[in-house]
Write a protein that binds this ligand. Structure first.
Ligand code: IFM
Length: 445
């Protein structure tokens, strides 16, 4: 069976600054928490760092040409806060702003709409030294950064996101210590969640004061969490992890309240007026989705939550993430019912890591990635048929890149990167996606 996506469906691809740019000490960029974290031995697989990454900072013309060939209508990038404000605040770095200026112009010259996300996890180290996301002042400094960036690019960039997956940045970075800045704790996590929520609200207002015509959102991550057993302790853990991971940002930002299992503890951090600041009208509803998981009580975790591997025999990606397109359809339906209402919905990341092999003829036959995309795009069509107004889908990712604590060992790209030579090579999934972006119907199984 083949099925077409609606006319005007937006096909996109996403990346983020630290994962692709490299050039970490060039043109006045300051260090970020990921520079510090990745240079501490043992934090990242193979002790990989983002020092060079895909060298996109120098090779962006080649990458923009790839975008044109892919046929996408939109490209989502993130700006690096430490490139624009090396100290996190104060005087902007003209060379940092010029880089994004040139990139935005080049993308637009190919009739591709740039979507800009302000925070994809690379907090300036100078601000971490002042308490990072546990310090309320960082929310105001984020708003200054948002204003500077919107002032410079807002004449051309219309779609903005304050944060990408603030849940991952706060939970992995300030609760589990698996990501920068490597902090573990319950109070640190709650503080980071609240300060990031404040930053979203203040940043949104700051951008609106710069220009009234911007479309502003936040990019959540939805990952269904089911109890691993019928034991009460696992059911409680699943409710807690659902609140922490799926709801701690959209609930206050859209409904003005923290979800139940966190609300009482959050009281201590909330100052008068905070929830009004956080709840700002959004112009579109965006989220990322990859998988679902099963939850059990883990007494060693700051929130006593943990996950268990998928059922034996369930299909998984190289991340060990279950491949379950039906869960994606359900997530899209719930996103509309619980949060988006009449707002247009965009999936701003979805994709899969698999061990790619370059065949002797030079081709990368990444059938597993194509099958994953086929299944998940089918779920998008099913959700549209069920009345969910999904307006666009952005694949993660355009390029293989620095996959955080996994370094370069996990490849999500449609374009293969040889990290020794930085040569770009199109995978079969690139051609699959290009056909869809050029208007082909999706062949469904
Ligand atoms: O690579 C990440 C990205 O930075 C945020 N969302 C999930 C992706 C895959 O893990």
């Amino acid at each position: 069976m083949t099925e077409h996506f609606p006319d005007n469906f937006l096909w996109g691809a996403s990346t983020s600054a630290y994962q692709i740019e490299g050039a970490v000490a060039e043109d006045g960029r300051g260090p970020s928490i990921w520079d510090t974290f990745s240079h501490q031995p043992g934090n990242v697989l193979g002790d990989d760092t983002g020092d060079v990454a895909c060298d996109h900072y120098h090779r962006w013309p080649e990458d923009v040409a790839l975008m044109r060939e892919l046929g996408i209508g939109a490209y989502r990038l993130s700006t690096a806060w430490p490139r624009i404000l090396p100290e996190g605040r104060g005087r902007p770095n003209p060379r940092g702003l010029e880089f994004y200026d040139r990139l935005v112009d080049a993308v637009m010259a190919e009739n591709i709409e740039p979507w800009v996300c302000l925070y994809h996890w690379d907090l300036p180290q100078a601000l971490e030294d002042r308490g990072g996301w546990q310090n309320r002042d960082v929310a105001s400094w984020f708003a200054e950064y948002a204003a500077v960036t919107a002032r410079r690019l807002g004449d051309r960039v219309k779609h903005w996101a304050t944060f990408n997956e603030p849940n991952a940045a706060s939970v992995l970075g300030y609760c589990e210590g698996k990501h920068a800045p490597g902090i573990r704790g319950r109070e640190s996590a709650l503080k980071a969640i609240h300060v990031m929520n404040l930053a979203h609200g203040l940043g949104t207002e700051a951008m609106r004061s710069e220009r009234a015509d911007l479309m502003i959102g936040n990019i959540y991550n939805f990952h269904p969490r089911e109890p691993a057993s019928e034991r009460e302790e696992d059911e409680i853990a699943a409710i807690m992890l659902d609140a922490l991971w799926n709801r701690s940002f959209p609930d206050p930002q859209i409904h003005g309240a923290y979800p139940e299992p966190l609300a009482a503890e959050m009281e201590a951090l909330i100052q008068p007026g905070d929830l009004d600041l956080i709840k700002r009208p959004l112009d579109y509803f965006a989220f990322n989705h990859y998988t679902r998981s099963r939850v059990r009580r883990d007494p060693d975790h700051p929130f006593e939550v943990g996950t268990v591997p998928p059922e034996p025999g369930a299909p998984v990606t190289e991340m060990g993430w279950e491949i379950a397109p039906s869960a994606f359809r359900q997530v899209l339906i719930e996103a509309k019912e619980r949060y988006a209402g009449e707002m247009p919905i965009y999936v701003l990341e979805n994709g899969a890591a698999f061990p790619d092999v370059i065949d002797v003829d030079g081709r990368i036959r990444d059938e597993q990635r194509i099958a994953y995309l086929r299944g998940y795009l089918g779920a998008v069509l099913d959700a549209i048929a069920a009345g969910v107004s999904v307006r666009g889908y952005f694949v993660w990712s355009l390029l293989d890149n620095f996959e955080w604590a996994f370094g370069y060992s996990r490849r999500f790209g449609l374009v293969h990167i040889d990290f020794a030579t930085l040569e770009r090579r199109l995978k079969d999934s690139f051609h699959f996606y290009a056909e869809l972006a050029h208007g082909a119907a999706l062949e469904r199984e």
